[in-house]
Every structure is written in C-alpha cells, then in structure tokens.
Design a protein around this ligand. Structure first.
Ligand SMILES: *[C@@H]1O[C@H](CO)[C@@H](O)[C@H](O)[C@H]1NC(C)=O
Ligand SMILES: *[C@@H]1O[C@H](CO)[C@@H](O)[C@H](O)[C@H]1NC(C)=O
Ligand SMILES: *[C@@H]1O[C@H](CO)[C@@H](O)[C@H](O)[C@H]1NC(C)=O
Ligand SMILES: *[C@@H]1O[C@H](CO)[C@@H](O)[C@H](O)[C@H]1NC(C)=O
Ligand SMILES: *[C@@H]1O[C@H](CO)[C@@H](O)[C@H](O)[C@H]1NC(C)=O
Length: 407
C-alpha cells in the first residue's frame, strides 16, 4: 500500500481520463426517434505510410479536451485554457464537408467523459464543478437532428469512462463524493436515451481504462488504480489488477463479469480494440523507492482476446515507455502515440498479425510534440489529435493533426 498526497492523487485523477469543459447549453427535449444504424465504414489505407496528413486549428488553445466522434463528425469539447479556466467550447470537425463549426456545452465543469451511443449520439457525461463536486449532467448531440439536449446520470461522477457496446453504452465508474472517493456506478444508456443503472462487482472501487469493441458488443474496464479502503478517504492508492468484461446478451441488455485479472497492474495506461483484440499499453508502476524514483513509466502492452476471454501471457512492447498515451483503433490497427517521453512516432499494432508495424522511417508521426492532447477517430479511418500542451508542458496549443487513412 502506498500513501500519496491528495495533490498527487488529484493530478493522477485529472490527467487520466479527466477531460474537461464548461458549458452553456441549448437544452432541448431528448429526441425519441428510432435508431438508424451507422453507415458502413469507408475502408482504410492498408499501408500506414500512405495515410494522408492535414492540419487544423481549434478555436482556442487548450488541453484536457473531451473528444469523441459519431457518424462523420469529431467533437473536441471543453478543456483547460492557459489562464486556468475551463471552457464550454466544442469544436466540431465534419469529415464529409471538411469544415469546422462551434457549439457550447450546457454547464461549466472539468473531468467530462466523452463517448457515443448507437452510432447517433455524441455524449459528454458528468464532470466536476468549480468546487470539485461531481455532476450528473450529460450533454447529448444527436447527429441525426443536429440538436443538443441533456440527460442525467443516476449517480453524479467526474471523469466517468465510456464503453460503447453498439446498441447500448455503459458509463462506468469515475470520481464520486469528492476526489477522495471512487465510484462503482454504471449507467447504461440505450438508443432511445433511456437509462438503467447497475453497480460494478469489484472488490475495491477502481479508476480504470475503458475500452470498447462496439462491433463485437464487448467492452473492458481494467487497470488503473483502486481504493483499498472502500467507503473511506481514498489515501491508499494501489495499481489495480481488476478486470470487468462487459457484453451484450442475446436480448440486447448488457451484463458484466469480473473474473479475469489484469496481468501487470498499473495506472496511466491507454487502450483500444479492433477485431476482438483489446490492447492496453503504457502506464505507471511504483518505482524503486530505494533509488528515489516514485514511479516508472512502462512500455508494456497487454492483450485481451474477446474470442478466448483471456489475457495473453505474451505481452508486447511499445517503441518507448508512454504514460497516458493516446490510443485509437484505425481499421484493423491500434495506434499508440504521445505520452511522457513525447515521442512523435506512432506505434501501430496490426490486430491481424498481433505484431507492431515496422515504421523505422518515422511515418506516420506527429508534427508537433505534445502531451495531454485529445484523440478520436472518425469512421474507423480518420485519426485526429487535437490540443494539448507544448514546450514541455508550458503552453497550450490549438493545433490539430489529422491522419486520413480513409480510402
Ligand atoms: C480565460 O480566457 C478566456 C478565453 O480567452 C476568457 O474568456 C476568460 O474570461 C478568461 N478567464 C480568466 C479568469 O481570466
Ligand atoms: C441505481 O442508482 C441509484 C442512485 O445512485 C442507487 O441508489 C441504486 O442502488 C442503483 N441501482 C443499482 C442496481 O446499482
Ligand atoms: C490482485 O490484486 C490483489 C491485491 O489488490 C491481490 O490480493 C490478488 O492476489 C491479485 N490477484 C491476482 C490474480 O494477481
Ligand atoms: C435479458 O437477459 C438478461 C441475462 O440473460 C436477464 O437478466 C434480463 O432479465 C433479460 N431482460 C429481459 C427484458 O428479458
Ligand atoms: C507560453 O505561455 C506564456 C505564458 O502564458 C507566454 O508568455 C508565452 O508567450 C507563451 N509562449 C509561446 C511560444 O506561445
């Protein structure tokens, strides 16, 4: 067990998936139209060296952005401005028209969880207000009507994790009560925006990595850190080996089991899934205190297979250790980039061969070194990195880098 200062904890919490924003919403009644399925993907360029680069700019430089995509749209919501306040700005990129537009969230907050529901809704869930109080508000954008509305989580939370299971999306865990507490709450939101809730069956409340394979209707909540003293102040901070597997049952309700153990407990890892292959890479472990190092960043990648329901006994390695990496699925690939080492290079895992693509020629790679940036992928083929911190964390950037693998 390790005792950590609450400021370290606050930083760990906020940096993890803490994406932030504030907002001025345009509350509307929740749409009730029936769900129409997503467009089939456009396919992608097989050789990552052929992915086309283009740049863009957010309306305001910032970090800790809540990013997600739905249909042909990518959303970069909220974020921490250089003057220390959180913005309500949502920059929206439309891949079909190659144009940007701007919207606003409904309420001022940090630590928003971003994701999507049923190929139709982009959601910006929960958050913390100025006094770190968890919030229940969820801003919802309907890609079919282009209207914003709000719904409420059953349990208010900051930095909830989002698992898109296709027809249903699970909003999992987060920070509750105050920064000292971790939540075990799950809210399921279906294609009609109806919410049902459940409680994670965890031995210890956990703040972990959430990964979706929405095509397969399977999700994973794993790694991160846990509170070994449930119900009490969160001072005992330990890397977690708990893994919860979410799946859609035949009657399309969601369920979960938590019997698989994450093989190499750590926090600050990132993950994504394609073809039923879930990859969790990078992160921190406690360092060797005898040498004075508090934490060590790792290059390890663990693989979970939806087909076997098991973690692989053979971990892979990133080209550099990365903490809080940006991780996205692009076609059959899983792309890792950014992190402490601030390597500009991509590590690209081919889920068909189970091996990393050899990209010794440094292509594709980021143009601007950055940390604490946001990433999302449109249509499974356009990988976008936005904002973050540059000049070794001194300045926020508005720069957007787009890697277009779409055929
Ligand atoms: C921070 O910057 C934003 C954008 O420039 C501005 O609207 C806001 O008033 C500033 N807040 C403070 C407290 O300076
Ligand atoms: C649903 O959420 C409410 C409010 O947080 C809670 O009291 C209740 O126990 C939850 N139900 C389940 C099944 O977790
Ligand atoms: C998981 O971690 C707990 C401590 O949090 C430990 O007691 C348990 O043995 C671990 N389980 C496995 C399978 O490693
Ligand atoms: C759907 O299936 C789950 C698990 O099989 C079950 O617990 C649940 O009651 C079912 N729901 C309905 C509406 O039939
Ligand atoms: C970085 O931010 C500082 C303080 O906000 C500012 O003075 C400086 O000009 C910025 N540097 C660049 C290169 O934008």
């Amino acid at each position: 067990m390790h005792h950590v200062s609450s400021s370290l904890l606050a930083i760990a919490s906020l940096v993890t998936f803490a994406r932030s924003s504030l907002g001025l919403a345009i509350p509307d009644t929740a749409p009730t139209d029936t769900y129409t399925s997503t467009q089939p993907g456009t396919g992608y360029i097989e050789d990552p060296r052929g992915w086309k680069f283009s740049g863009g700019m957010l309306t305001v430089p910032r970090s800790r952005i809540a990013a997600t995509s739905v249909g042909q749209l990518a959303f970069f919501a909220g974020g921490l401005l250089e003057n220390g306040t959180y913005t309500d700005t949502v920059d929206i990129y439309n891949k079909q028209t190659n144009k940007w537009s701007v919207a606003h969230l409904s309420s001022g907050r940090s630590s928003i969880g971003a994701g999507s529901i049923a190929g139709r809704y982009a959601i910006f869930a929960g958050g913390l207000d100025d006094s770190f109080k968890p919030m229940s508000i969820v801003d919802v954008f309907d890609a079919e009507t282009s209207k914003w509305s709000t719904i409420d989580l059953r349990t208010p939370r900051g930095s909830p994790q989002i698992i898109n299971l296709g027809s249903t999306t699970a909003i999992v865990g987060g920070l509750s009560g105050d920064l000292q507490y971790l939540s075990n709450a799950v809210d399921y939101v279906d294609a009609g925006l109806d919410i049902t809730n459940a409680t994670l069956q965890l031995r210890y409340p956990q703040f972990g990595v959430a990964i979706s394979d929405k095509a397969g209707g399977v999700g994973l909540f794993t790694a991160g850190y846990q509170n070994n003293d449930p119900g009490n102040r969160f001072n005992d901070f330990e890397a977690s080996n708990q893994t919860t597997v979410f799946s859609i049952t035949s009657n399309s309700s969601a369920s979960f089991v938590s019997d698989q153990k994450f093989p190499y407990p750590r926090w600050g890892a990132g993950g994504a899934a394609a073809n039923g292959v879930f990859a969790v890479g990078g992160g921190h472990v406690f360092g060797d205190t005898s040498t004075g190092s508090q934490t060590t960043v790792v290059d390890r990648v663990d693989i979970y297979s939806a087909a076997t329901g098991q973690w692989s006994g053979r971990p892979l390695e990133l080209s550099v250790p990365r903490d809080y990496p940006l991780v996205q699925a692009v076609g059959d690939y899983i792309v890792f980039v950014s992190g402490t080492d601030q390597s500009k290079d991509f590590d690209i895992l081919d889920t068909r061969s189970g091996a990393f693509v050899d990209n010794l020629n440094h292509k594709p790679a980021l143009y601007t070194l950055r940390s604490d940036a946001a990433a999302t992928t449109i249509d499974n083929c356009m990988f976008i990195v936005a904002g973050g911190l540059v000049y070794q964390g001194r300045n926020a950037t508005a720069s957007v880098e787009m890697f277009n693998a779409c055929k």
